[in-house]
Design a protein around this ligand. Structure first.
Ligand SMILES: [Zn+2]
Length: 490
């Protein structure tokens, strides 16, 4: 009888102890939540956008320096290396240094106009070095697809010429038909096809800094503002918008420009075919013996667009902002005395701008079994604006509700979501590699209708960021992931 009373007492006491410790945990969680500060996050972005990292071009020594700085933060906060004792997961990543801004000069009937950097042109990230002056040929999307009965090159001779090329494919609707066009959507395909047809160089009618291209010996190119292309059309007595409409209708309106219209491109680059880059991987082990084998991945790309001549692309919004938020959330998790039940892997991804190399490396050689990976959240461009968009919430409702709960209770920003839709086109974000690997994946970005977004442009500096939303994004990440990591009903 005595022993039974003792047992009841013990159970009661134990129960209230659990209650007390649960409350203490929640208090600690909120205290840590409130310690996430915009000031510190802005400091991370400023570090990553600073001159010493030269715009974090994946493959470059400066990118590797930035990756080591991030790893040093993980180490300082007690976040464990996640790759067999190392914070790094390496992969091959060829790249080119753009040593000079070079020049692009357009000549019409003897009148030369030098294009302005960065308003009218940007150097090609993977152009070969040299000077090329030649006549022009418009080749639309630059696609040769016999099985689709489509050839932009069928009526033109581009040998020794500078082609004018458009991005993308004429077919744009996201349905199974698009999958047939996808192999032709890659910049690398288009470049190789141009060289195969004998083109000497190119102006790309898409003015962004873009390392997601390929170095081909002797091939010189630059990115040019579409307005300049339009002027070249006008000078030839052609209508650019009519031609673009023809492209949409699957016609191939390629043509050769009059001989008195030429372009001269000068480029100076250094090609590094054998370079490598890395993902930075840090880990917080789960505290529950049964659930710690399950992993939640929090990721975002660390690389940027690099430097051209002495002009740096700080790549602050895209995507120092995402990395800074991940660092802030990681630091917060590291401060918790009682860690979440499931394990959390933080991955700062390399080679995104070069063609999603780092996320492919991870999903090809995952550090934790895919079937034990509960979810992934990818942060890309979370640095300015007023609200959040979190893709995938209508598909993964049991996971998403934790983000919704955190937002409704503590953050109070507009939060929108959607369903995961199958992408038949070219994958354009690290999230797609994780989703394709069978991992439920969310993509977080901030919605913005007020602040300027300088996409792949040297003006993507820290001064276009709003630190308050970065703080809220890190807080949303911290509370949402806490909720999921501790949810025993999943
Ligand atoms: Zn990005």
């Amino acid at each position: 009888m005595k022993s039974r009373i003792f047992l009841v007492l013990l159970l009661l006491l134990n129960g209230s102890l659990i209650g007390i410790s649960q409350e203490a945990n929640n208090e600690k969680l909120l205290e840590t939540f409130h310690s996430i500060s915009s000031n510190e996050i802005l400091g991370f972005v400023e570090e990553l956008s600073s001159e010493k990292y030269e715009g974090r071009l994946s493959g470059s020594p400066e990118y590797m320096d930035a990756s080591r700085w991030c790893a040093s933060k993980f180490e300082e906060w007690g976040i464990a290396p996640a790759n067999k004792g190392s914070y790094f997961q390496y992969f091959p990543n060829e790249y080119s240094d753009v040593l000079e801004l070079g020049e692009v000069v357009y000549t019409n009937k003897g009148q030369a106009t030098k294009l302005k950097f960065p308003e009218e042109y940007l150097p090609g990230s993977n152009s070969d070095s040299g000077t090329l002056e030649a006549g022009l040929v418009y080749v639309g999307h630059g696609i040769t697809a016999p099985e689709l009965g489509y050839d932009d090159y069928k009526n033109v001779d581009v040998k020794g010429k500078i082609i004018i090329l458009e991005t993308g494919t004429p077919y744009t609707k996201n349905d199974p038909e698009l999958a047939r066009w996808t192999p032709y959507a890659y910049h690398r395909y288009k470049f190789r096809n141009a060289v195969k047809h004998g083109a000497a160089g190119m102006i790309y009618a898409s003015k962004i800094a873009n390392p997601n291209t390929v170095h081909l010996d002797g091939f010189i190119y630059a990115h040019v503002e579409p307005k300049i292309v339009e002027q070249i059309f006008i000078d030839a007595g052609k209508n650019y918008s009519t031609v673009k409409k023809q492209l949409k209708q699957m016609e191939t309106p390629s043509f050769t420009f009059p001989a008195n219209q030429t372009v001269k491109i000068t480029a100076k680059t250094k090609y590094h075919p054998d370079a490598k880059a890395c993902n930075v991987v840090g880990m917080i082990e789960g505290s529950d013996p049964n659930l710690k084998d399950e992993v939640i991945i929090v990721g975002g790309h660390l690389d940027g667009q690099g430097q051209m001549g002495d002009v740096m692309f700080p790549s602050a919004l895209d995507n120092a902002s995402g990395v800074a938020d991940i660092l802030a959330a990681a630091k917060a998790f590291a401060q918790l005395e009682v860690k979440p039940k499931r394990s959390i892997l933080f991955i700062l991804i390399g080679g995104e701008e070069c063609g999603l190399y780092g996320s492919k490396q991870y999903t090809d050689q995952p550090l934790f079994p895919v079937e034990k990976t509960r979810m992934m959240i990818n942060l890309d461009m979370v640095g300015n604006g007023t609200g959040f968009f979190l893709t995938g919430g209508k598909t993964y409702t049991d996971l998403y509700r934790h983000f919704e709960l955190a937002n409704n209770k503590w953050i109070h920003r507009s939060l929108q979501t959607n369903e995961v839709t199958k992408n038949y086109g070219r994958p354009r974000s690290d999230a797609s590699n994780f989703e394709n690997a069978g991992i439920p994946t969310f993509g977080l970005w901030t919605r913005n209708s007020v602040f300027p977004v300088y996409y792949h442009d040297p003006r993507d500096k820290t001064d276009v960021l709003t630190p308050e939303i970065m703080e809220d994004a890190a807080k949303l990440l911290f509370l949402g992931i806490s909720g999921i990591a501790n949810d025993e009903t999943l």
